[in-house]
Design a protein around this ligand. Structure first.
Ligand code: NAX
Length: 325
């Protein structure tokens, strides 16, 4: 039998953690034949709550769960880890400026990057969920110089799934009929959900530009705020589900003739400055995400991509000034 895969989850006592851990334990992250060992990282004040979640994990008697360990030290939590889901982050509190937010998160993602560099397994794959996800990933990555850059990703799969769901509803077709949607740029309100290359039942689709601009794009980009408004809490189960999808696709690949979306380190493709962690249409093969190449970008898309990438550049410049990268 296979040795368990080590999966580290940070922010394990939070609401995404609560939805995520049980799906990992049940085999949905890596497959029904892959045992997993969970390594939970929390801040000291939340370790007790994480212990409660670990008790419930035990009570699930999951056949694939080889054990759960809890840490409040990143060095230990990332020791030997194969997959790291960086969920815990510092939320924006009232009156907090953007720079303060980036600085507070730098205090989390810098030591985590260093710990990954020092102790993670050679095949480490990192997904950053905690916001601001793209720039947090950039910070972690810049402190892990020995880890190949393409192992650091940030999550825009939730945005991708939201886009699929909205288009499916609009066209009255199941999501399985939709292909080649893409999220570009930052996981923020500036993101660009693109249907420029979308296919429905194998054919390109002609959508009303007014609907795209006034309905589809803002609905997808502001969905997080709408969930908070309705639920009184931010998206959690859907975010956990997207994190599962992101890693599952990374490991198992994308189906032929389709792609998905992920924020990955830019190689300069489509004019996105090299080194930025920006969302692109991506395929996965042999455990590697690759930016889909050679797509024609129309003027509308160009302007939207540039606007979101400009925000990422600004975030990068801010963390650079703060000495975080
Ligand atoms: P919660 O506040 O419920 O949980 C966060 C947990 O992280 C807490 O238990 C906290 O103790 C822990 N934590 C804080 N600092 C830590 C550190 N240094 N090491 C380890 N753990 C630490 O938030 P939750 O709703 O679970 O959301 C987590 C993050 O996901 C937030 O930053 C949120 O903004 C982000 N999201 C990202 C999404 C995406 O698509 N990329 C969508 C959903 C979500 O909004």
């Amino acid at each position: 039998t296979q040795a368990p895969v080590n999966v580290t989850v940070t922010g394990a006592a939070g609401q995404i953690g609560y939805a995520l851990l049980f799906r990992i334990a049940s085999g949905q992250l890596l497959g029904q034949d892959v045992p997993v060992k969970l390594r939970l990282l929390e801040i000291p004040q939340a370790v007790k709550a994480a212990e409660g979640t670990a008790m419930e994990l035990e009570d699930g008697a999951f056949p694939l769960l080889a054990g759960t360990d809890i840490f409040d030290d990143p060095k230990q939590a990332f020791e030997g880890t194969n997959i790291a889901l960086l969920v815990g982050a510092r939320p924006r509190s009232k009156g907090m400026e953007r720079g303060d937010l980036l600085e507070a998160n730098g205090g989390i993602f810098k030591p985590q990057g260093e710990a990954i560099n020092a102790g993670a397994a050679d095949d480490i794959k990192v997904l950053v969920v905690g916001n601001p996800a793209n720039t947090n990933a950039l910070i972690a990555r810049s402190h892990a110089p020995d880890v190949p850059a393409d192992r650091f990703t940030a999550m825009t799969r939730l945005d991708h799934n939201r886009a699929l769901a909205q288009l499916s509803k609009k066209l009255g077709v199941p999501v399985t009929e939709l292909k080649k949607l893409a999220i570009w740029g930052n996981h923020s309100a500036t993101q660009y959900p693109s249907v420029q290359h979308a296919e429905v039942g194998g054919k390109s689709v002609d959508l009303d530009q007014a609907w795209l601009e006034n309905d589809f794009i803002p609905t997808v980009a502001k969905r997080g705020a709408a969930i908070i408004e309705a639920r009184g809490l931010s998206s959690a189960a859907s975010a956990a589900s997207a994190a599962i999808d992101h890693v599952h696709t990374w490991v198992n690949g994308t189906p032929a003739g389709d792609w998905t979306s992920a924020a990955v380190v830019s190689d300069g493709s489509y004019g996105v400055p090299e080194g930025l962690i920006s969302s692109f249409p991506v395929t996965a093969e042999n455990g590697q995400y690759k930016i889909v190449q050679g797509l024609e970008i129309d003027d509308f898309s160009r302007a939207r991509i540039d606007a979101s990438v400009a925000e990422l550049v600004e975030e990068r410049d801010t963390v650079q000034k703060l000495g975080l990268i």
